[in-house]
Design a protein around this ligand. Structure first.
Ligand SMILES: *[C@@H]1O[C@H](CO)[C@@H](O)[C@H](O)[C@H]1NC(C)=O
Length: 216
């Protein structure tokens, strides 16, 4: 029932979203007009990037998914998380859809190796104090997390995601934020749309900043 309603909402809203273009940064994902999204403060804006602070965000995360494809790993993780919010959890509780879905990437050692991905669902405020546990899933809590963010449109593709991450890194080069990039941290991709929306799609590439270790 919930799933059907969700599909209907997504199908109708794609008509509205179609009018909205995507470029650069500072776009409010239209999806977040309809569903709860992780809140953040923009603490700085630059050419092609913005710096955000997420305060006490809670995520429900899959275990490591080995794949050569971010798109396929995200699909695998999303299906597991979709079951979770439909009630496949220890309390049999249904949970409202939220945004974004986050795919964190640990790059592999070589070009022909698999990467590891963790796919996460943003837990709505209502459930953050006590998210239902579920087999194969764990909670990820962000106390205060600083991210450099670049937005891009269209469908996330394995062929272009590396370029988006490179573009974000390049835009940070020479800025005050460059020294705060933690080289041990891989990047993440945040997706705000259902697969049924064909236009007005908003995606983001996220790089974690270690602002405490940097001289600002
Ligand atoms: C992703 O999954 C599709 C469908 O199962 C498959 O055809 C495709 O080869 C996969 N892509 C990669 C890069 O593994």
């Amino acid at each position: 029932m919930h799933g059907m309603r969700l599909l209907t909402v997504f199908a109708l809203s794609s008509l509205l979203v179609a009018a909205v273009g995507v470029a650069g940064v500072g776009i409010f994902p239209p999806t977040c007009e309809r569903i709860e999204c992780a809140e953040f403060d923009v603490i700085a804006e630059g050419d092609g990037y913005e710096i955000r602070r997420y305060n006490s965000a809670v995520w429900m995360s899959t275990s490591l998914i080995d794949d050569i494809s971010l798109v396929n790993a995200t699909r695998t993780g999303f299906l597991q998380l979709f079951d979770y919010i439909q009630g496949k959890n220890k309390y049999g509780e249904t949970i409202e859809m939220t945004g974004p879905v986050m795919s964190q990437i640990s790059p592999s050692d070589g070009p022909f190796c698999k990467s590891s991905f963790v796919v996460s669902f943003y837990v709505p405020k209502k459930n953050q104090a006590n998210p239902p546990p579920a087999e194969g899933l764990h909670v990820q809590k962000w106390q205060s997390k600083f991210l450099a963010v670049r937005q891009f449109g269209g469908f996330v593709s394995d062929d272009t995601i590396g370029q988006q991450a490179d573009a974000l890194l390049s835009s940070l080069t020479g800025s005050n934020w460059a020294s705060a990039i933690d080289p041990s941290e891989a990047y993440a991709v945040a997706q705000y749309n259902s697969p049924f929306e064909f236009s007005g799609r908003v995606n983001e590439v996220w790089i974690t900043l270690d602002l405490h270790a940097s001289a600002m």
